[in-house]
Design a protein around this ligand. Structure first.
Ligand SMILES: [Zn+2]
Length: 180
């Protein structure tokens, strides 16, 4: 036992599931993983961190939640990029499970840090009964960092420096949540 809190990071999609794909072919699963690796690095030494997938693998939503539950994680953060048929849709939003006060607190901190760091429109914290939020037994949040369907935000998501920045912002939010 290290005594450090345990964070489970969930890079959305993977393997046969690319997630959203931009018009130029940028795949959400790769961006999600790059951002999660940046969170991982930023939390090194402060928290124990587990990823729900190590690379470009197929992992079901049930498996992702089960991993976090079995590990008795202190919090669960799922990382995604958004997409809309409305190509003008922009900004950052974060989801928590309805009725979870701790989940909402985590979501608010993550959303604040992302908005302060990336300066994208603040779409706020919302609730959803997404499987990874419903099936995890610890405070959980799902971030939608920016829209792959918007040309301006797609360019940002393509940029490794922006991914790093998003990852560091999420790590700050997690750190605040855990009192690190
Ligand atoms: Zn996604």
């Amino acid at each position: 036992m290290s005594g450090k809190p345990l964070v489970v990071l969930d890079p959305g999609h993977g393997g046969r599931s690319p997630g959203a794909v931009s018009r130029s072919g940028l795949r959400e699963k790769e961006i999600n993983m790059a951002i999660c690796l940046a969170v991982y690095q930023a939390l090194e030494g402060l928290a124990e961190v587990l990823l729900t997938r190590q690379g470009d693998e197929n992992v079901t939503l049930v498996q992702r939640a089960a991993l976090a539950n079995a590990a008795r994680a202190d919090c669960f953060v799922s990382v995604h990029c958004n997409s809309s048929v409305d190509r003008r849709a922009r900004g950052t939003e974060t989801f928590c499970f309805p009725g979870s006060a701790a989940g909402r607190r985590l979501a608010v901190l993550l959303q604040q840090q992302l908005v302060r760091s990336l300066y994208l429109p603040d779409r706020g914290v919302k609730t959803a009964r997404f499987a990874v939020l419903r099936q995890t037994r610890m405070p959980a949040a799902l971030v939608e960092v920016a829209f792959l369907s918007n040309t301006v935000e797609e360019e940002l998501l393509r940029d490794q420096a922006v991914r790093q920045k998003a990852g560091r912002a999420l790590a700050r939010g997690i750190g605040e949540f855990l009192g690190l």
